[in-house]
Design a protein around this ligand. Sequence first.
Ligand code: SAM
Length: 165
Amino acid sequence: MRPPEYVEWTHDGKTFKQVSPAWKRELLIDYAKRFNLRTFVETGTCGGDTIAALYDHFDKLYSIEVHGYVYSLGYERFKGDPKVTMIYGDSAVELPRLLYRITEPALYWLDAHLDGPANGYGLANPLMTEISAIMSQKKEGIILVDDLDFARPAEWHNGVLRISL
Ligand SMILES: C[S@@+](CC[C@H](N)C(=O)[O-])C[C@H]1O[C@@H](n2cnc3c(N)ncnc32)[C@H](O)[C@@H]1O
């Protein structure tokens, strides 16, 4: 892996800095190769750019999106492609259901959030439910979480995320 590449932006007078989307996708591909993972599961599709970037590196790709219009963009982009399954709905509900269909080790990319403890659609941030579902169904694979700062603050304890199963 090359060293992290950063992007900076300003919102409401505050400056934010994060690794670039391109670098994150390289990291996902790197994990997939190192751990020989051929199934990718994403929560939060957005426009489907990560699915597109990872497409050649996986046999099956799943993505869940709660926003109707945003979901339709991803759906249209990969319509009819047997490798890609787009799922419409809240990942806190849809991921536990999807997991029953995943029988092979997978790379989980948990990225369903907007901008805080709530996700902007009147729903709680789904992260804890997602992780609990993967762990309690004893799924094999790797879990990577984007923007962990957006997880519910109550579950953060001095930089450690506590999960009850
Ligand atoms: C940061 S973007 C995802 C970016 C995308 N994973 C990528 O790598 O390009 C977050 C997305 O999560 C969606 N989202 C927010 N809450 C959600 C939920 N509870 N279930 C599913 N999707 C959700 C938002 O509508 C938004 O499209």
